[in-house]
Design a protein around this ligand. Structure first.
Ligand code: NAD
Ligand code: MG
Length: 394
């Protein structure tokens, strides 16, 4: 068997670390071609020592010089590059077979698109990239013949429950609906009148999943589910009305597909991202992920609720952006990124997040997307808009 060469964008993050954990279990199948990291240089250094990538990519020249010299002194051959262009060039390198797109936020768009355009097997964790660029991203997949495999646990579950041929239209293969499950996050039952005062630490303490800070806050506001609704529409060519959000606090069912004959197929498993990562790495084969078998007797109970849109206005905002189409999702995403960062740095309260996004969406009406520059412009305008809101408020 030839080893598949993997590039991990965002190797130092939660998904990146889990990806290396799965890869290390299968040295005969996978080689590490490139690892990238923006901070936590100690983690990147340790990863380079262990996995010997051809390239490491960091944010700036100073980081690069330090890491290069440390690796060199240890007798390592890894070449350290830096900057945004280097991210795209390692992702598109002809020696690469698969790219794990696990940079958080809009910063991941360019290198993820570069991997798509180079026709790679693209393991998509970076949902923001797809939410921002939607049709452009999916068109690029079609043109290049890239194999797009969802890492987001819900979308990976949906992919596993979809019949062959779903890409030709859900109706043509008898699919009626996608049931997108949501845990409800740490504030599902938190006293509503105290939500404004919750801290970043409380927001990041997810009941079921251990994740990076940004997605943890998104889960707490349920914007994560909103972004995932948009992600599902693009990945599975579904309308927003065909995606129903179901709150399922145990996070054992990772999502479901409903068929016209009344069948509902679900994918279940312990909440551990190594399952979707292993699935997407090996697809259509199956490999060990290191995840413990699901003990249904221990789970005992599976609960379902409808989402509370009053408590979580981000759900309404994301659905509105999905329905508006065009640049609206890029505006939603950018305003959310600014708001989450402001919340994490304690400049605003938790309940200000949807207010900032709502303000950006109503001030920057959706436009039909012309090209990538148009999307980047919408992203920039929304960030400026949100920054002005913050400057006036704080
Ligand atoms: P994280 O914060 O733990 O890691 C983010 C990675 O991106 C790090 O390697 C960081 O160095 C890098 N990065 C950050 N800013 C960057 C920039 N400006 N330029 C280049 N690199 C940069 O995040 P995570 O939890 O691993 O999530 C990564 C992505 O996967 C997100 O889009 C998230 O929504 C998605 N995702 C994560 C999970 C999960 O369980 N963690 C589940 C589903 C989807
Ligand atoms: Mg998810």
């Amino acid at each position: 068997m030839t080893t598949s060469q993997v590039c991990i964008l965002g190797a130092t993050g939660s998904i990146g670390v889990s990806t290396l954990d799965v890869i290390a279990r299968h040295p005969d199948r996978y080689g590490v071609f490139a690892l990238t990291g923006h901070s936590r240089m100690d983690v990147l250094q340790a990863q380079c020592m262990e996995h010997d990538p051809v390239y490491a990519v960091v944010a700036d020249g100073k980081q690069a010089a330090v890491l290069q010299s440390t690796l060199q002194s240890a007798g390592k051959q890894t070449r350290v590059l830096h900057g945004a262009e280097a991210l795209s060039s390692v992702a598109a390198d002809e020696r690469v077979d698969a790219v794990m797109a696990a940079i958080v936020g809009a910063a991941g768009l360019a290198p993820t698109l570069a991997a798509v355009q180079a026709g790679k097997r693209v393991l998509l964790a970076n949902k923001e990239a797809l939410v921002m660029s939607g049709s452009l991203f999916m068109d690029a997949v079609k043109v290049s013949g890239a194999r797009l495999l969802p890492i987001d646990s819900e979308h990976n579950a949906i992919f596993q429950c979809m019949p062959p041929g779903y890409a030709d239209g859900l109706a043509s293969v008898g699919v009626r609906k996608i049931l997108l499950t949501a845990s409800g996050g740490p504030f599902r039952q938190y006293p509503l009148d105290q939500l404004a005062g919750v801290s970043p630490e409380q927001a990041c303490a997810h009941p079921n999943w251990s994740m990076g800070q940004k997605i943890s806050v998104d889960s707490a506001s349920m914007m994560n589910k909103g972004l995932e609704l948009i992600e599902a529409c693009w990945l599975f060519d579904a309308s927003p009305q065909q995606v129903e959000i179901v709150v399922h606090p145990q996070s054992v069912i990772h999502s479901m597909v409903e068929y016209v004959d009344g069948s509902v197929l679900a994918q279940l498993g312990n909440p551990d991202m190594r399952t979707p990562i292993a699935h997407a790495l090996a697809w259509p084969e199956r490999i060990d992920s290191g995840v413990a078998a699901l003990d249904l007797l221990q789970v005992a109970c599976l609960d379902f609720e409808s989402p509370d849109v009053e408590r979580f206005p981000c759900l309404r905002l994301a659905r509105a952006a999905a329905e508006a189409g065009g640049t609206a999702s890029a505006v939603l995403n950018a305003a959310n990124e600014v708001a989450v960062e402001a919340f994490l740095s304690r400049r605003i309260g938790f309940t200000d997040i949807p207010v900032i996004i709502d303000d950006a969406l109503s001030s920057l009406p959706a436009e039909t997307v012309r090209d990538l520059d148009h999307i980047l412009q919408a992203d920039r305008l929304a960030r400026e808009h949100a920054a002005t809101w913050l400057a006036n408020k704080v």
